[in-house]
Structure formats: structure tokens, C-alpha cells
Design a protein around this ligand. Structure first.
Ligand SMILES: NC(=O)c1ccc[n+]([C@@H]2O[C@H](COP(=O)([O-])OP(=O)(O)OC[C@H]3O[C@@H](n4cnc5c(N)ncnc54)[C@H](OP(=O)(O)O)[C@@H]3O)[C@@H](O)[C@H]2O)c1
Length: 328
């Protein structure tokens, strides 16, 4: 089968389209014929050697895939063969992936492979940021950095659905329009506006209850200063570089809380499966809009990385892998 691998860390040019053996499903596993593979910012960090650096190379990139079950291993119901599904897995940039059958989420007919491929990583991250960690409630205010990005567009919608007043930061006018269209109440151009001053001006000097920050180095100080008393800053990434160490003493004056979220932490049993099913239901029933900002064939993974790192994309970046047998 064909797969995108990197043999050494570096720029997008280290990605190569290689011929590799298909993964064989073992006991309790399924093999999926991939139709769409999600691209995530963390893939670009892995490729650069900033994430999972200890993993042996060459390695197939990709943490999620949507497709059709093509084979099952011992102990798995054969009726799954032919079913459309998504999975959070490794090695998604490929024509076939394998994964534990228990982690598959079956797709309703109305949800396309490309839309579905946007949900496992960015959807679950946004879901846990807003619900599990942020516990957003009606009437609260939430600031989402990089609000036009993959996680951002979903966090804006989920926070809005929870009844919050949502602030989003973006770096261009077109991203600002998009974020407003998705329901953000306040949009701040953090490339040239003073975020702290804007947040305080628009909240009557109070600040916001929750900040979701995966930009890191360039936003961190402003994120802390944008919080209201008893506010909560959640770090979940570092697109602009690592944030500085937390100065606990500086949190006292406003009784602030700083925390972190990582999708690969061991979650309570069944939580991710249930949350993913609930997100797919929201997408299928029109409560959650998936925005595919860029779609390229598998062979053009390097170009997808260039544009994602270059801040040129909005919403989800998807690689289309195969159109045979039921793609829609
Ligand atoms: N903790 C977890 O489990 C978890 C899971 C998924 C994602 N993440 C993190 O969440 C963030 C968003 O991931 P994503 O896949 O949805 O990507 P994304 O938001 O679609 O793309 C990254 C965005 O970050 C913004 N950005 C700000 N400074 C940047 C810089 N110096 N270089 C590049 N981009 C910069 C850009 O938006 P503007 O141009 O509008 O600034 C860019 O579009 C990433 O940091 C990722 O690592 C964490």
C-alpha cells in the first residue's frame, strides 16, 4: 500500500510517499481502507522532531482516519466488514490502517469521510477543553486563541452551544469573518490588536472566565492578564513556541487556575468513544459545523503541512486517500 512516511525529522520535504506492507489486523483489531486522513498541527511538530521524538523512524504520520472496514482480526464480528467508520489511531496517512475494533465509531450515511476525518483529534480536543476541563456554563465568557483553526472552530461552536459569550483571536480579516459566522460574539485581531486591552474593554474591565491557549509563547502572558478573578487558563499546545514556566505566586491576586489538556492522556474508560459518538451525532444532526479548509490528495501531504504551518489554513486539513468503493 502507499503511505506518507518520514525517514528523518525536518521540513515538509522529508515526507515521502512510500510503498509499505499493509497492516494486518490482530486479535480484537480491524483494518480500515482509508478514504480520508486528518492532518493536525501535531503532525507537523512530529515531523520536525518536537513531539514523540523517541519514536523510531521511518514512521507513517497521521492520528485519525475515516474509511471502510476492509478486514477483521480473530474475535471480531465479521459483520463489521464494509461498514463506514472513523478511528483515532496511528499511521493515518496511508491506504490502510489498523485499530482496536472497540475504538471504531460507525458513521451515519449522511456524514462524508472527509467531514468525519475532522472529528477524532480536533473534535475530541475541543470537546474535552470546553466540557471536561473547562466545564463551560451558561453566562460564562471564553477566549479561544487561533479561533479559525481546526480545534478553534469547533471550540467556538461548543462553547457557544454551552451558553458562553465567546471571544476568538485570529490573524486575518477572512479568518475574523469565518469565526463570527460560526457564532463568536467578539473577534480580536491578535496580530495587531492588544488582546488584554480589548478583552478588558469588551468585558467592562472584568476579563474572561476561561482562556483556551494552544499558541503558547506569543499569547501566554496576555492570556493570564485577560482572566477575570477565579479565571482558568488551559494550555493545550505551543504553535508559537513553549509558554514560560508558571509563576504560582502571580496567580494569587486573582485566585487564578492554570491547567493543561492532552488528548493522549489515559482518559476514563469509554469516555473518548462516547464523546466521539456524541460529536458525530452533533455533526450528523446539524448542531456542529465541520469546515474543511483544505483538501489535497495523499501524495501532497507535504504541501498540506506547508500551508498549515504557514497559518494559511482554516478549519480542517484533509488528505483524500481513495475513492474506490463507496467514498462520498
Ligand atoms: N493537547 C492536545 O491534545 C491537542 C490536540 C490537538 C491539537 N492541539 C494543539 O492545538 C493547536 C491547534 O491545532 P490544529 O491542528 O487545530 O491547528 P490549527 O489551529 O488549524 O493551526 C494552527 C493555527 O495556530 C495559529 N498560530 C499562531 N501562531 C502560530 C505560529 N507561530 N505558527 C503556526 N501557527 C500559529 C494560526 O492561526 P492564526 O493565523 O489565526 O493565528 C494557525 O492557523 C496546535 O498547537 C496543536 O498542537 C493539542
Amino acid at each position: 500500500m502507499r503511505a506518507i512516511r518520514y525517514h528523518r525529522t525536518g521540513g515538509p520535504e522529508v515526507l515521502s510517499l512510500d510503498e509499505v506492507p499493509e497492516p494486518e489486523p490482530g486479535p480484537g483489531e480491524v483494518q480500515l481502507r482509508v478514504h480520508a486522513a486528518g492532518v493536525n498541527f501535531a503532525d507537523t511538530e512530529r515531523r520536525r522532531g518536537l513531539y514523540d521524538a523517541q519514536v523510531p523512524l521511518p514512521r507513517i504520520l497521521g492520528s485519525e482516519a475515516a474509511g471502510v472496514v476492509s478486514a477483521v482480526g480473530p474475535g471480531v464480528d465479521k459483520a463489521l466488514v464494509g461498514r463506514r467508520a472513523i478511528v483515532l489511531t496511528t499511521g493515518g496517512y496511508a491506504e490502510r490502517v489498523k485499530a482496536p475494533a472497540s475504538e471504531l465509531v460507525l458513521l451515519p450515511d449522511g456524514v462524508s469521510f472527509e467531514v468525519a476525518a475532522a472529528v477524532p483529534v480536533q473534535g475530541l480536543t475541543a470537546y474535552h477543553l470546553v466540557r471536561t476541563v473547562g466545564q463551560v456554563r451558561e453566562g460564562q465568557s471564553v477566549l479561544v486563541h487561533a479561533a479559525a483553526g481546526g480545534v478553534g472552530v469547533l471550540a467556538v461552536q461548543l462553547a457557544k452551544a454551552a451558553g458562553a459569550r465567546v471571544f476568538g483571536t485570529v490573524s486575518s480579516d477572512s479568518k475574523a469573518r469565518l469565526v463570527r459566522e460560526l457564532g463568536a460574539d467578539e473577534v480580536i485581531r491578535y496580530d495587531h490588536e492588544d488582546v488584554v486591552a480589548e478583552v478588558h474593554r469588551r468585558t467592562g474591565g472584568r476579563g474572561v472566565d476561561l482562556v483556551l491557549d494552544a499558541v503558547g509563547a506569543s499569547t501566554w502572558a496576555g492570556s493570564l492578564q485577560s482572566l477575570a478573578p477565579f479565571g482558568h487558563l488551559v494550555s493545550y499546545g505551543s504553535a508559537s513556541g513553549s509558554p514560560p514556566p508558571v509563576d504560582v505566586e502571580a496567580l494569587f491576586e486573582k485566585s487564578l487556575k492554570v491547567s493543561a489538556y492532552w488528548l493522549h492522556t489515559v482518559h476514563p474508560p469509554g469516555l473518548n468513544h462516547q464523546s466521539l459518538e456524541s460529536l458525530i451525532r452533533d455533526v450528523s444532526e446539524g448542531r456542529l459545523r465541520i469546515l474543511i479548509g483544505l483538501k489535497l490528495p495523499l501524495a501532497e501531504a507535504a504541501e498540506a503541512h506547508r500551508r498549515l504551518e504557514g497559518r494559511e489554513t482554516v478549519g480542517k486539513v484533509v488528505l483524500t486517500v481513495s475513492d474506490e468503493g463507496g467514498g462520498r
